[in-house]
Design a protein around this ligand. Structure first.
Ligand code: PLP
Length: 457
């Protein structure tokens, strides 16, 4: 075991391949369905929104997909990211556990999101796309894509959930600094946005609504604009696996192997990024690492949602996928982890959870901020509120290890820093945040609006 605190790889260790879990999925994937016909989609339908190379990645079953040189060159601005042993946190917790975190906040945009944004912008550029549209919750995804579009000289329109637009003005300015146009969603720019505003002029918006607006703009652009999604889809999860591939090498440098790997889940991409390479070791090499997804109690798509076919967005324009869902009509409470407020979960993460290959826990907002500050005061980094969910679970593991006298090795993904999330920390420090658990009855009600899928078996 190493005495080091930071485990740093050199540029030449930057992974050359992304890992595609679809090659090793122990459960067969469900088809992706057309939102109107409810029949399996064709690449033609998807090509209105995405360039062909990303569609091919979406359905690929190749185990390793080569990372283009142009993408690796930009990754080198911040990758490989450090793996850090949280020695001061271990001491503060008086735990025999060893806690390691992979720090994705080291990217220029401050989170893991550029890992896919750069790849998506690249494949769009190569396919001749001129502009992208997207949604953003907390603004992390929007700023990552703004950064990437700037590098590849693509225009970008971002539909930012209204509650975050006002909670996080500096994220908006960051996107604008990279050259993107940012709208507070729901907007009056789209037919769907206008229909929401007619019903509720004060709507706070939701990721589902913002996705619908961004999809509508791309789908009605006559091919000029494509749409880009920051989570949920297979190709997004694929691009994030650079995190886990690096972490495998870094744990090796540390001379340890994790007993438990933890990631927070919104749509599932940073979790999959760190977890899937370790899951491969479980599936193919007989390792027995426990893999834990952490979600907010206010958006418990895994722990309280239903595993079924649902629309990816509120307007029912995006494809239907089989996933753990709270229903596409879900309106989130305005909790301060904007990036974790999506109604559904990535189909692969959902299928693996359903089949028992991964675990999930839901944590409450106040306990999450308590863990965030404990981490910040021990390790120095102020985490993104989303990432703080993983910290909560990691600290709970370390405390459990203390109680049981276990020398447990814990690895979690610190998906981003919280330097633009000061309004959330201010609200917490001033005692203005509250806990909220999403009620079961609301999930039951939302199930009435599911698509009536009847697939020939
Ligand atoms: C810092 C951070 N972590 C996690 C997430 C959740 O997304 P995902 O589940 O796709 O990683 C977000 C989403 O915006 C984020 O900004």
């Amino acid at each position: 075991m190493s005495e080091l605190t930071r485990f740093l790889l050199s540029e030449s260790d930057l992974p050359k391949y992304w890992y595609n879990i679809n090659a090793d999925m122990p459960v067969p994937p469900a088809p992706v369905l057309h939102p109107q016909t409810l029949e399996p989609v064709t690449p033609d339908f998807l090509s209105v929104l995405f360039p062909m190379e990303l569609i091919l990645q979406e359905i690929s079953t190749e185990r390793y997909i080569e990372i283009p040189d142009e993408v690796r060159e930009i990754y080198k601005l911040y990758r490989p990211t450090p793996l850090i042993r949280a020695r001061r946190l271990e001491k503060a917790l008086q735990t025999p556990a060893h806690i390691y975190y992979k720090y994705e906040g080291a990217s220029p945009a401050g989170s893991h999101k550029p890992n896919t944004a750069i790849a998506q912008a690249y494949y769009n550029k190569v396919a001749g796309t001129h502009a992208l549209t997207t949604e953003t919750g907390a603004g992390q995804w929007g700023s990552a894509l703004a950064l990437a579009c700037n590098f590849f000289d693509l225009d970008l329109e971002v539909y930012m959930v209204k509650v975050s637009y006002y909670q996080k003005p500096y994220r908006r300015i960051m996107m604008e600094s990279y050259g993107a146009k940012v709208y507070a969603s729901p907007t009056d720019q789209t037919q769907f946005g206008r229909s929401i505003l007619e019903k509720d002029p004060n709507s706070n918006g939701s990721l589902g609504i913002a996705i619908s607006e961004a999809v509508e703009v791309a789908a009605t652009s006559g091919g000029k604009k494509k749409y880009s999604l920051g989570s949920v889809l297979n190709h997004v999860l694929l691009h994030q696996t650079v995190i886990g591939e690096e972490a495998l090498k870094q744990m090796d440098m540390a001379g340890e192997y994790p007993d438990v790997v933890i990631g927070c889940v919104g749509g599932g991409s940073n979790f999959a990024g760190i977890a899937f390479p370790f899951l491969r070791m479980n599936l193919l090499e007989g390792k027995k690492t426990r893999i834990v997804a952490v979600e907010p109690a206010a958006t418990p798509s895994l722990t309280k949602g239903v595993y079924t076919f649902d629309y990816g967005d509120t307007a029912r324009m995006a494809p239907i996928v089989k996933m753990h869902t709270l229903g596409h009509t879900f309106m989130p409470a305005p909790i301060h982890a904007g990036g974790l407020r999506y109604h559904g979960m990535a189909p692969t993460v959902s299928a693996l959870y359903d089949a028992g290959y991964i675990d999930a826990v839901a944590v409450k907002q106040l306990a999450t901020f308590e863990a965030a500050l404990q981490f910040a005061r021990a390790e120095g980094i102020i985490p993104a509120p989303e990432s703080a969910h993983a910290i909560r679970a990691a600290i709970d593991e370390a405390l459990d290890a203390r109680e049981k006298g276990d020398k447990r090795v814990i690895l979690f993904n610190l998906s981003g820093h919280g330097n633009f999330d000061m309004s959330a920390y201010q609200a917490y420090l001033e005692g203005k945040l509250e806990d909220y658990s999403y009620p079961e009855e609301e999930v039951k009600k939302a199930m009435e609006y599911l698509p009536q899928v009847q697939l020939a078996s």
